[in-house]
Design a protein around this ligand. Structure first.
Ligand SMILES: NC(=O)c1ccc[n+]([C@@H]2O[C@H](COP(=O)([O-])OP(=O)(O)OC[C@H]3O[C@@H](n4cnc5c(N)ncnc54)[C@H](O)[C@@H]3O)[C@@H](O)[C@H]2O)c1
Length: 335
């Protein structure tokens, strides 16, 4: 049994706390948001976005960061991407040297274009920072539905430590040394999920969605390889696996926001309606900036940006994608 501290008591942090407690660990769940702490303290049976879930009485819920991090053996960052740096800065005083930290959030920091693991590592230079990602809706994890994820870490030892803590009869965890690849797949798929939602909202069919998913992973993989990540990672759980679940599921806030945009809502109206942080909107700009920085073509990401930030009509965006210059499916395959 380990003492695990989960930072961020939103949907994912709470679902993982339920899993970790079921696995027999001592769990402390912390949030910077007082109302989140109060709500969970008052009612462990009706958790927003997690119908059917109950947070066990053994899970300590607190807003006191020093207490939460004292003697912690694993720190889980489950914070919405725009606030990860701020929370890492708050935590810095209480993090000891070689503290193992695992990021479970998905996103890219807008100003620096860094992955969340790199943001945390930057703020906590003495910590050993890893990532856990994959096709894992909180709603399903909190209900014990069979799920698989992957841990990216600097060493096999750290990856195995985190794997052991999270593994259960319904939550299988693989390991992967390609931290940046695991991060990138999980983040940029949110942009493709927005596009898939738009296609659904416009009333297009399965063909369109399969096209967006297949060409979407090709874009993510091209960028990842240019950034030094491994192609195999994008064929795995944090790449194609997460893309499939996010583009096809009604649980996905990114797909749902895209759906509303396809139905005629403005991006702002869609985000208000979804009423949660829609990470893909933040990530869209960052992904486009990365594609320019690494000179990689990302036409779907480009069109999503035009729809989100320049008022482009989604229908025109789709036809512009279809009528782009003709090309081969895979430029590395030669006749
Ligand atoms: N929900 C899921 O199914 C799921 C699954 C896998 C990964 N994720 C990722 O995990 C991360 C968290 O997702 P979530 O669903 O729990 O989101 P959420 O919006 O429910 O919660 C995000 C949490 O971030 C913290 N936060 C928000 N505003 C803050 C602020 N101003 N200062 C400090 N902290 C603040 C809060 O604790 C909040 O609960 C995201 O990056 C998401 O992509 C979510």
């Amino acid at each position: 049994m380990y003492h695990v501290t989960v930072l961020g008591a939103g949907t994912w942090g709470t679902a993982l706390s339920i899993l970790l407690c079921k696995n027999g660990h001592k769990v402390t769940l912390w949030s910077a948001l007082e109302k989140e702490v109060e709500a969970l303290k008052e009612n462990r049976d009706t958790i927003p976005n997690l119908p059917e879930a109950k947070l066990q009485p053994e899970v300590v819920v607190t807003g006191d960061l020093e207490n939460a991090l004292t003697d912690s053996e694993l720190v889980v960052f489950a914070v919405a991407s725009p606030y990860v740096r701020k929370v890492a800065q708050l935590a810095r005083t209480y993090i000891r040297s070689s503290q193992i930290v695992v990021n479970v959030g998905k996103g890219i920091e807008s100003d620096t274009l860094e992955t969340l693991t790199n943001v945390i590592q930057d703020e906590l230079p003495e910590a050993d920072v890893a990532v856990l990602s994959g096709p894992s809706h909180a709603e399903e994890v909190s209900r014990g539905i069979p799920t698989t994820c992957v841990v990216g870490a600097k060493t096999r030892k750290t990856a195995s430590f985190i794997q052991d803590i999270f593994m259960s009869e319904f939550f299988r965890v693989y390991t992967n040394p390609d931290i940046n690849g695991v991060e990138l797949g999980g983040s940029i798929k949110n942009v493709i999920a927005l596009a898939a939602g738009v296609a659904d909202g416009l009333g297009f069919g399965d063909n369109t969605k399969a096209a967006l998913m297949t060409r979407g992973i090709a874009e993510i993989m091209r960028l990842g390889i240019a950034m030094g990540c491994k192609a195999e990672t994008f064929a795995g759980l944090s790449g194609i696996g997460d893309l499939i679940v996010t583009c096809t599921s009604n649980h996905s806030r990114n797909r749902n926001a895209g759906y509303l945009i396809g139905k005629g809502y403005t991006p702002d109206e869609a985000m208000k309606e979804v009423n949660q942080v829609v990470e893909g909107v933040f990530c869209a700009k960052a992904a486009l900036a990365l594609s320019k920085k690494y000179h990689v073509q990302m036409p779907i990401v480009e069109q999503v940006n035009l729809v989100l930030f320049e008022g482009k009509d989604p229908r025109t965006a789709v036809s512009d994608l279809l009528l782009r210059d003709k090309t081969t499916e895979n430029s590395s395959l030669k006749w």
